[in-house]
Design a protein around this ligand. Structure first.
Ligand code: MTE
Length: 305
């Protein structure tokens, strides 16, 4: 049986050469060496958390999106997100931290180790993809700013800039888009801040310049284009829960046994599979059960959905 967790695949194996050599922030010392002629996997050993399933194509990952700040259609983000200015970019880190402040994208990246993670991605709408992200563990950023005793949750916000994000001129979501994690979820090694896909800077429609990726939760938890991170002792408000609490819980762990009130979550449609492709079974915690089930020991997952 294919090992769902470990893989020898790296983005150099799945990426066309022109993309492979166009990456920017990924250039560590070893990567720089490789660009000078030493090929592939030696410098980009895939994470032990990577799946060996075949990644979706760049065009699929960047043309079928949810980013309501740019409209509600799946192709709206790729059409309109180019209007977003992503440089300069600052992230306010505040609340129960030792070093609160306004951190530039560059301040953060200078202190982080970027690696590739090929993760399953499962939207609450029951479509899914396999995405080769580049990014760093959120825990590294939280440790950089120093989480204080007593902090229990991490709250995130996307920017509000209606002049560049036309969807924000309509109020069907109370902007800013908000998300949150329990601190132990945020510190889990699977939880990452993504800054790239296929070794290229992350495109605007996928949440440039930095977005959360929590692979065992429904995709809406993976908030895009983050400008604020707050450590708190109270469970933060989250957008979809504010809009419709009976349908979208705070936890939103992928769970084939707990249906959405309006549709089954037992199976999913892999984007790019074609119209006749069979749906595939959805895995508990999106296939990351071994790694994360312990976080929820003793909790009723139907109640804390
Ligand atoms: N983040 C913001 N700021 N705005 C959004 O509308 N949509 C969410 C999530 N993050 C969303 C967001 C939803 S519903 C999903 S499924 C994923 O982003 C989609 O990520 P992708 O477009 O990169 O596949």
């Amino acid at each position: 049986m294919a090992n769902r967790y470990k893989s020898d695949l790296s983005w150099s194996d799945v990426t066309p050469a022109e993309v492979f050599f166009n990456r920017r922030k990924f250039m560590t010392g070893a990567a720089a060496l490789a660009a000078g002629g030493i090929a592939g996997p030696a410098f980009a050993a895939a994470s032990k958390f990577s799946t060996d399933e075949e990644p979706n194509k760049w065009d699929e990952i960047t043309n079928y999106n949810n980013f309501y700040e740019f409209g509600t259609g799946k192709t709206d983000p790729s059409e309109y997100a180019g209007a977003l200015t992503t440089s300069p970019w600052k992230i306010e880190i505040e609340g129960m931290v030792d070093k609160p402040g306004s951190y530039s994208y560059e301040d953060i990246m200078a202190n982080m180790t970027v690696e590739e993670r090929i993760y399953r991605f499962r939207c609450v709408e029951a479509w899914s993809m396999i995405i080769p992200w580049n990014g760093f563990e959120l825990a590294d950023l939280l440790n950089m700013v120093g989480v204080q005793d007593g902090a229990k949750y991490v709250a995130f916000e996307t920017l509000v800039r209606p002049e560049e994000m036309w969807g924000q001129k309509r109020n069907f979501i109370p902007w800013p888009y908000r998300e949150g994690l329990r601190l132990d979820e945020a510190m889990h090694p699977l939880t990452m801040m993504a800054t790239g896909i296929y070794g290229k800077d992350i495109p605007n429609q996928n949440g440039a310049p930095m977005r959360l990726v929590v692979p065992w939760k429904y995709g809406f938890k993976s908030i895009k284009s983050i400008v604020k991170i707050r450590l708190t002792d109270e469970q933060p408000e989250t957008s979809w829960n504010m809009i419709n609490a009976p349908e979208y819980g705070f936890y939103s762990n992928v769970n084939p046994d707990v249906d959405h009130p309006r549709w089954s979550q037992a199976s999913e449609r892999r984007v790019g599979g074609g119209l006749l492709a069979k749906r595939i079974p959805t895995l508990k915690f999106n296939g990351y059960e071994e790694e994360v089930a312990g976080l929820y020991e003793g909790m009723d997952l139907a109640k804390f959905f």
